[in-house]
Design a protein around this ligand. Structure first.
Ligand SMILES: Nc1ncnc2c1ncn2[C@@H]1O[C@H](COP(=O)(O)OP(=O)(O)OP(=O)(O)O)[C@@H](O)[C@H]1O
Ligand SMILES: [Mg+2]
Length: 310
């Protein structure tokens, strides 16, 4: 459904997106993850035809998003990062205006607007001016806007951004419901959300793809690896030096001092049980240890491992 090949975008001297390739098949819900500034929004804007690429290409349903943008856009519902809404219009007026703008004609306008309003849980707000809605409801209007021309594919840029936990759950349920009938590409920072709803994850960092797989494969790939939380009373420079000498340790992150205890997070290699060596080392060096805890692999660990810079 989405086919992206060697897509790049450069702003002046800054390479925002750097030769990325990935595919999204029909019916998939794909999570598009990456730290701030990774290039997610830039990629989504290129896919939706709002931003021309510097090089590479992308197609939606076989239509080139740049050369055949009108045809490609017909099958896309795009919810941008900052949904531009006409605040003085009511929900229904706005969605009617948007449906017409997107080429919906005749009686279909009314029926599609009504269907979308009910799908997005906006029925009791349909006559309210957008300016009077809470952020969560405005977010729903943004989603309704993306849906109103009944596209097959939804491209959502951080749809739960800035919402409270209850509204996040509500929007997530709505997305899961929509996933039954639509293919979805969604960018988010909420990793638990991705684990819950996405069938595939694409992780991007500094404009490059770092991983592309199912959430469970990504976590399995580092099943034996992981994060060890290490709280110790010792000179942090010494600790770092000694730890770095252990070959199975990939990264040592120092999180500062809390109530006299130096906080370390240790990223270890796969297939090694590092805790015994750590406790031996601490005994040998006479470091008092408060915590030596290995966290179970989570998508968050994969994300941190792939994108963290110290
Ligand atoms: N119009 C622009 N002109 C110049 N630089 C830009 C422009 N748009 C984006 N950038 C830069 O490109 C990089 C990628 O930005 P982008 O908005 O795609 O990141 P993102 O992954 O969506 O981040 P976030 O999680 O913060 O939304 C950033 O360094 C950003 O400053
Ligand atoms: Mg963004």
């Amino acid at each position: 459904m989405i086919h992206v090949q060697q897509l790049s975008k450069r702003f002046g001297r800054h390479q925002a997106v750097d030769g990325i390739s990935f595919d999204v098949s029909e019916g998939e819900i794909v999570g598009f993850l990456g730290p701030n500034g990774a290039g997610k929004t830039t990629t989504l804007r290129m896919l939706t035809g709002y931003l021309p690429p510097t090089s590479g290409n992308a197609s939606i349903n076989g239509f080139d998003v740049f050369k055949q943008s009108v045809k490609a856009r017909r099958s896309i519902g795009y919810m941008p990062e900052d949904v531009p809404l006409y605040r003085e219009m009511t929900v229904k007026e706005y969605l009617t205006f948007r449906a017409k703008l997107k080429g919906v004609k005749g009686r279909a306008v009314r029926s599609q607007v009504n269907q979308t309003i009910s799908e997005c849980g906006l029925s009791d707000r349909r006559r309210k001016p957008i300016a009077t809605l809470s952020k969560g409801y405005r977010q729903r209007v943004g989603l309704a806007d993306a849906l109103v021309h009944r596209p097959e594919l939804l491209i959502l840029d951080e749809p739960t951004n800035g919402l409270d936990p209850n509204q996040i759950i509500a929007i997530r349920k709505l997305i899961q419901e929509l996933a039954k009938k639509h293919t979805i590409l969604l960018s988010t920072h909420i990793l638990s959300e991705v684990e819950m709803i996405c069938s595939k994850v694409v992780i991007i960092d500094q404009g490059k793809i770092k991983a592309c797989d199912t959430p469970s494969n990504l976590v399995q790939g580092m099943r034996h690896a992981g994060r060890i939380q290490f709280e110790v009373k010792a000179d942090p420079i010494q600790v770092r030096k000694k730890l770095s000498a252990l070959t199975e340790i990939k990264k040592v992150l120092h999180g500062g001092k809390q109530a006299g205890w130096e906080q370390f997070e240790i990223i270890v290699d796969s297939g090694t049980e590092t805790r015994e060596r750590l406790s031996n080392l601490a005994a040998q060096e006479r470091w008092p240890v408060k915590t030596l805890y290995r966290h179970e692999g989570r998508l968050e660990d994969v994300f941190v491992e792939l994108t963290r810079r110290d």
